[in-house]
Ligand binder design. Sequence first.
Ligand SMILES: CCCCCCCC/C=C\CCCCCCCC(=O)N[C@@H](CC(C)C)C(=O)O
Ligand SMILES: [Zn+2]
Ligand SMILES: [Zn+2]
Length: 511
Amino acid sequence: MARRCLYLLALGGVLLLGIATFSRSKGLRRSLRGAASRIPSQFSEEERVDMKRRFSISDCLTLTGAIQIPTVSFTSEDYNTTALAEFGEYIYKVFPTVFSTSFIQHEVVGGYSHLFTVQGSDPSLQPYLLLAHIDVVPAPAEGWKVPPFSGLEHDGFIWGRGTLDNKNSVMAILQALELLLIRDYIPQRPFFIALGHDEEVSGKNGARKISTLLQARGVQLAFVVDEGSFILDGFIPNVKKPFAQIAVAEKGSINLMLQVNVTPGHSSAPQKETSIGILAAAVSRLEQTPLPNMFGDGPLKTTLELLANEFSFPTNIILSNLWLFWPFVRRFLERNHITNALVRTTTALTMFNAGIKVNVIPSVAQAVVNFRIHPAQTVQEVLELVKNIVADDRVQLHVLSAFDPEPVSPSDNQALGYQLLRHTIHSVFPEVSIVAPGTCIGNTDSRHYKNLSNGIYRFNPFYLRPQDFTGIHGLNEKISVQAYETHVKFIFELIQNADTVRVSVPHVHEL
Ligand SMILES: CCCCCCCC/C=C\CCCCCCCC(=O)N[C@@H](CC(C)C)C(=O)O
Ligand SMILES: [Zn+2]
Ligand SMILES: [Zn+2]
């Protein structure tokens, strides 16, 4: 009842104070009504300890925290459903306000994914969507300095599988909302929170089903925010300071199985070529023949132009004059495996199986090659190129799964989602002067939502160095306590900014 009264009071305030003014940022407008009720993103010592515990080790008696629940996905048919169910109960327990607020609906979709609908006091505003995923990739304990599902804190870091990918987002989103609600914040703009349970193995039972459900309800989203890019620190040699990259594009993917069948036989009298030899030669040709360098197409050129002044001489001059130096830059970028992934469709040999006994020529040899498709290419174009490189009719090509790159989302002054992220990055990370559009080289659940919005942005609000990147899907994944707190602060600010910041679109009254 009290909350309902507050809601009506806030609505009245909104109507009375519905006057808008332009902020200093180009293209952004801040409404006075929102500015008046802004809640500072300051958390008490007790709240900070609590948020850390919920994320890592909830309390000493039950020894359970988000990182400690092993929500592992192995394949799209095999994931730890017990842990996923436990995670659902866990968030219900530790975020009581989110679950008991009258203007928030919670639904379980696809068995273990969660959809929260936050109504918002101004239904005329187009809703947005915050995405994260609950599942994690497997983490065998070998090679880890602490057990991967311990959630232990050491030297200011919380260790464990999912600390960067992606329980940090799951928990930070719910934590920020919980704290806003406790402070009686009533969002104006409606939004959704979708927490997928099978992102690491395709998202077909989680994100895809949530997307279908929202589409059936006629929802169109102003923008979507997901994982997939960071404040990058040290990824480009010689760049002086970290910069925030919002991924506006996402590469496509093909998993291609190559198969060779021959008549099996005794190894004492082999034919000139075996199934293994034919297949090995084919995959070697693929590895030795990189697909074309596509530098110039896609957002990378814009990123480099924006970064030009962050380099010392002569790189700054080279990047400011790409019209002249692009052939040189194009070649330079392919020398490093990460920047190489930005300029072309990559070819990764990921599986190879053949043989049943030491003295039997195997009848069948199979390999799987994973291609990550550059935003300016398509599945069909890549398959055509691959056929020509393999150039051997004895090698059958079977597409196991494939999807085209995602459409490039807008990053201009009128792009609400991009501008909101940019604005929030500048306020939460004032030391970061450059925010640039870029490409996500992996795949995210956000691709399942392209039917609902053309503004899909992938950004995690924390610093990532190359050595941190090795922890994602690798060993010793960890996040600093401070980075997690800042993640919560970022979402806390973002939700409020979505209510107060508007982009100015000529002749259009509302987005
Ligand atoms: C000029 C800028 C330099 C750019 C540096 C880029 C550094 C990129 C660092 C990290 C990219 C991480 C991408 C995170 C999302 C990947 C999530 C994932 O693993 N998804 C699976 C999905 C699949 C459908 C199972 C995947 O394999 O991609
Ligand atoms: Zn992830
Ligand atoms: Zn992942």
